[in-house]
Design a binder for this molecule. Sequence first.
Ligand code: AMP
Ligand code: ZN
Length: 490
Amino acid sequence: MQIYNTATRRKEELVTHEPGKVAMYACGPTVYNYIHIGNARTFLIFDVVRKYLKYRGYEVAFVQNITDVDDKIIKRAAEEGKSPEEIAAFYTEAFIDNMHTFGIDDPDVRPRATQEIPEMIELVQRLIDRGHAYEVDGDVYFSVRSFSKYGELSGRNIDDLQSGARVDVDERKRDPLDFALWKAAKPGEPHWTSPWGEGRPGWHLECSAMSQKYLGVPLDIHGGGSDLVFPHHENEKAQTEAAYDESFVHYWMHSGMLRINSEKMSKSLGNFLLLKDVLDSCNPNALRLLMLQTHYRSPLDFSDARLAEADTSYGHLCATVRNLRWAAEHAAEGEQSDSAGIDKARETMRADFVEAMDDDFNTAGGLAAIFSFANECNRFIEQHDHMDAGAREAALLSADAIEELVGVLGIAMPSEGADEWPMEVCELAAKTCGYEGDDPHAAADALLEARAQARAEKNWALADAVRDGLAALGFTIEDTPNGARVSYGE
Ligand code: AMP
Ligand code: ZN
């Protein structure tokens, strides 16, 4: 497998520190607001990287942090008259909820900065002891010039950085480039006791402390959006490498920015769409599809039109899978149908999918392989209104293969029938017979049972009301020798 490494600016063969295992860390959100779809793109990408590595047989340990103490959280709390803890707790829960709705798996560990303060203090102390950090009036700074490899990851030259730095307002720093590891507490801010007085960690510190604690050094993969390369990741690297004299990360992966009208989507520019709002009115699978149709390192232009197109493509793919399964079960019995072509096309899809994904997670190429096979499947169904046992099996294997490969990208096909039966039937069952769930099939069964009971009790009005209510929603009740059967759209 080839992975593009930001640190070397080229694709490299994946060779993990421990054979067969991948230690992977991705920076998580700062929880002061709901996440927008740009953040979601980055989180999606690392979810897909993880899923694909597992598909290729790796054991993946994945850690993603939550930044729950930060200037932005403190500011938001002050604006809303709440405590920073309340703000952070609320948006942490909202974030996790959003991730679940979007089909993103939980990381193996999701550490929170506020729960890891002793580890961070230990790391700061270690940097001071090794001459890489110094304390001034309760603040502790990392001494950038003490670390000769500073700038290596982002390709910046320390002298250029120096001349580019504005005359620093904080004259207590020995060098304008130095950054805060620990900040002395201001009144009303969250604070913890440290050897340097009451204070709180600087932003970059937590990722170095948490990745070391949960995954050790070196990490195989460290990821985030490309806006984190500098200074966040450069600073994480400096902290960890200065503390442990070890290389921090083998493969640095950075996702391109999601843009709207060619401008980066960001909270500060105010041009953002919240993930929760977008998912309120679209299928999460369609949004995943839209995002994965572009290579992860390229910028991605979002628009409603593109989302609508992705929704249509997703619908076509679902229809292909449904039609394959339907044909396998219902096609008329035929002799000697030819399934060699579709079997070969299926193998080609698998090979093309793996080839694309092995090439730096080319999800667009992987999806193209799946869609091209789906076209073959549609032709196969058209040409086989009669099927023998071999063709039926080929149809089922093809449906399974499509589902499996889109599943590696986290895209789910609707389970059999679940999508097609209207949810209104649940309301009808709730009103008529006290049904409490949200499964249209179970609701229809409950209605049939209520109807049978009404008939036994000669309550014809109720029995008719059930039948009419179902008919109004497009259902038909068929009384068979083996009891009533309800069908929809058949
Ligand atoms: P934040 O909560 O701002 O630290 O962002 C969380 C993650 O979202 C980071 O990995 C950022 O790099 C990423 N991110 C922020 N804006 C965008 C964007 N417009 N497109 C893609 N990723 C983004
Ligand atoms: Zn980080």
